[in-house]
Design a protein around this ligand. Structure first.
Ligand code: AMP
Ligand code: MG
Length: 419
């Protein structure tokens, strides 16, 4: 008898997954390896930035008081007593109408409180004149104006992007505390599958989900353990998933979660006595997506249909992995955009349509990325986003404004957008 499954809303399915997330440990990595990881400590300013008053321009450091009388009719002259570039400090303190020729980034000499830009001076040998007074601190980059010692710059849990690398380097974080990455096992199931290197035979197709998910993980900086591909054989599948569940933080399988005669994953979860969080979601594609949990290990049972498999990973596995690493923004970012095609037929389930999103001077538009069925592989290749059409009684037409989930962004958002 085919078991009756109870479909639950997408949001609830995501919540059930996220509730089971526990944080992974942290580890120290050299700064050079920190890009793309998740910070496991806050970044604090270990000193003022800049650490000293400095010149933001090439010019002359002066005492502003000496410039007071300057005007177009009555230029004031200065004598240049030293010449410094960034990295050097002048040994001289400025006396009356004295100046130090100073380059961008160099520390202001003692006594100086303003900088005359080269363009503001008429130079004559070791002297120059100016035609306007300078305010105290004019053209000075002040100690601590960018950051104060002890200031919190980035919170723990942030995705380490190049800007964060810059502040880590600024404050001397030669080693950075980051979250460990989850250990993820990846298994493709299906008697019809052959490897990318093998020729096609009658009835066979190449395993595209395995490499696709490995790349979805790689995009998050996570390597996976390739558990290969298996025919539809319950015992073989049980043995591999059981062992992988012992060794990994998550095991992703593709295929075999439906109710067909050769779909053995439900039986495998049962034999493992895993806690099945859900086995039917009110979404298309991927309504049969199943997530189970055993001994703090996630079992993501994704559909074999390529589009469904892709969507299942982005909606459920990705935020779980990010949250395991302590990322505070684990969900896909989204935009609103104008639909460029009709979807007149209402659907009781929410739809996630592989789509091409483009922001133009006339607004943001989104159109389906080609063949639009759960078994499509080409639409994943042509898309950069997912159109979200909420389930219900109405269809959607060209010109309607809809939500679009953006795929492949470095930074996500802190809460799931949909009901
Ligand atoms: P299943 O989820 O096992 O019922 O498979 C659904 C559809 O996806 C079938 O047409 C399978 O042949 C296809 N499929 C299953 N696994 C893969 C895979 N790894 N790569 C590409 N297509 C697959
Ligand atoms: Mg199958």
């Amino acid at each position: 008898m085919v078991e009756k499954r109870q479909p639950i809303p997408v949001k609830e399915a995501i919540e059930r997954v996220m509730k089971r997330v526990t944080h992974l440990e942290s580890e120290l990595v050299p700064l050079e390896k920190a890009y793309g990881r998740i910070l496991a400590e806050p970044v604090r300013a270990s000193h003022h930035v800049p650490p000293f008053d400095r010149s933001p321009y090439d010019g002359f450091a002066v005492r502003s008081a000496d410039t007071k009388e300057a005007s177009g009719q009555s230029r004031v002259a200065f004598r240049v007593i030293d010449h410094i570039g960034a990295g050097n400090v002048s040994k001289h303190a400025l006396g009356e109408r004295e100046a130090v020729r100073i380059m961008t980034g160099a520390q202001l000499p003692a006594g100086a409180d303003a900088v005359v830009m080269l363009e503001q001076a008429v130079i004559d040998g070791q002297a120059f004149t100016i035609r306007k007074p300078f305010e105290p601190l004019e053209n000075v980059s002040l100690k601590g104006e960018d950051a104060k010692k002890g200031e919190l710059i980035v919170e723990s849990g942030a995705f380490i992007h190049p800007g964060i690398i810059a502040v880590l380097a600024t404050f001397g974080y030669a080693n950075v505390k980051v979250a460990k990455k989850p250990v993820v096992g990846l298994l493709a199931t299906g008697t019809e599958l052959v490897d990318v290197r093998e020729p096609l035979e009658p009835g066979k197709i190449r395993n595209s989900n395995g490499p696709m998910i490995a790349a979805q993980l790689a995009r998050m900086g996570i390597e996976c353990r390739l558990l290969g591909s298996l025919p539809d054989d319950e015992d073989a599948c049980f043995t591999i998933v059981k062992q992988a569940a012992d060794e990994c933080d998550a095991v992703i399988t593709t295929g075999g979660v439906s109710v067909g005669d050769f779909d053995f994953l439900p039986a495998v979860y049962k034999r493992l006595e895993a806690d099945v969080l859900f086995n039917k979601v009110q979404m298309r594609p991927g309504s049969v997506t199943t997530v189970a949990h055993i001994n703090n290990t996630f079992l993501f049972g994704l559909s074999g249909n390529p589009s469904a498999c892709f969507v299942g990973f982005e909606l459920f596995a990705k935020p779980a992995f990010l949250a395991m690493m302590g990322n505070e923004k684990p969900f896909l970012p989204y935009e609103r955009a104008v639909l460029a095609a009709d979807f007149k037929k209402p659907n009781p389930f929410s739809r996630f349509i592989r789509a091409a999103y483009e922001s133009t001077p006339d607004g943001a538009f989104v159109r389906p990325a080609g063949f639009n069925k759960s078994n499509s592989v080409t639409s994943i290749a042509r898309g950069n986003s997912l159109i979200v059409l909420p389930g219900g009684t109405r269809g959607f037409q060209k010109g309607d404004e809809v939500d679009v989930l953006l795929i492949g962004s470095e930074e996500g958002v802190s809460s799931w957008m949909l009901d």
